[in-house]
Write a protein that binds this ligand. Structure first.
Ligand code: ZN
Length: 78
């Protein structure tokens, strides 16, 4: 489970990076990808990435279903 201060951009690449909080600017900073955002922006990014992830998985499932069924077809024919 990712913590609140983990960088969402890096988390999307399956790298867990804890962001540093800059008290002066009230922004979180990622040392790895350089993301610089407020807590609100980070949760926005996280939401967007979660949705994108879900869409990608849906597509992947469709592809896998197609692949599995076409493989079955081939097995039937041979
Ligand atoms: Zn990052």
């Amino acid at each position: 489970m990712a913590s609140l201060t983990d960088c969402p951009e890096c988390a999307a690449k399956e790298v867990q990076i804890e962001m540093k909080f800059d008290l002066n600017t009230k922004h979180f900073i990622c040392k790895k990808c350089g993301l610089y955002a407020t807590r609100e922006q980070i949760s926005d990014i996280r939401d967007r990435l979660n949705r994108r992830e879900k869409t990608r998985e849906d597509k992947h499932d469709e592809y896998r279903d197609w692949w599995t069924s076409s493989k079955k077809e081939k097995e039937k024919q041979s």
